[in-house]
Design a protein around this ligand. Structure first.
Ligand code: FE2
Length: 190
């Protein structure tokens, strides 16, 4: 668990009390997988960065109709569950709709925003493949979809591009994300 504050098992138990949708579990697991790969690439702690990805939307089923509260409620849940403040803050930074939000500056903040967002683009790319499988997705196709703003239009390309603020070119980031998600394709059901 590094200095995250709680173990993965403890985090999963906490998440089970708040996450009600299968879709959100899959998004959380995908975000964890991408964060782990990104940490490995950057020489950061993969376990801890993975836990940040896994935890980031813990309140989303409860706050999805109140965007200003998303990640604020989550921060309270995580803090009282024992997650270290440094990681709670990084998780709050992924929701730009929080009043008083300040632009992300730490590597972990950019990493979370780009990682959790690219999961949506990779899933959308898989779903238009003939077999709808992640195994069929080429990272070049994901890169191409970055420029097609009508495709998966609710996926924020600017958030994904924050990977470049931590010195990971978008081509590499697409490859890394595809590989990470293919590694848990059974859990993602894709
Ligand atoms: Fe998310």
């Amino acid at each position: 668990m590094g200095d995250f504050g709680i173990t993965r098992d403890q985090l999963v138990e906490l998440m089970k009390r708040h996450i009600t949708s299968d879709h959100l579990w899959k998004h959380s697991l995908a975000s964890e997988a991408v964060m782990r790969k990104l940490a490995e690439r950057l020489g950061e702690d993969a376990e801890t960065w993975g836990l940040v990805g896994l935890a980031h939307d813990i309140d989303f089923d409860e706050t999805k109709d109140e965007p200003a509260k998303h990640a604020v409620i989550g921060a309270e849940i995580l803090r009282s569950g024992g997650v270290a403040e440094k990681y709670v803050n990084a998780i709050m930074s992924h929701n730009e709709a929080i009043p008083g939000w300040t632009p992300r500056s730490a590597a972990l903040e950019h990493a979370l925003a780009s990682s959790e967002t690219i999961t949506g683009l990779v899933v959308a790319t898989a779903l238009v493949m003939p077999d709808k499988k992640l195994a069929s997705v080429k990272s070049k196709s994901v890169k191409k979809r970055m420029g097609q703003t009508a495709f998966a239009r609710n996926v924020d390309r600017n958030a994904i591009l924050e990977c470049e603020k931590i010195s990971v070119p978008i081509e590499d980031f697409c490859a890394l994300a595809v590989e990470a998600m293919q590694g848990i394709s059974d859990q993602l059901g894709l």
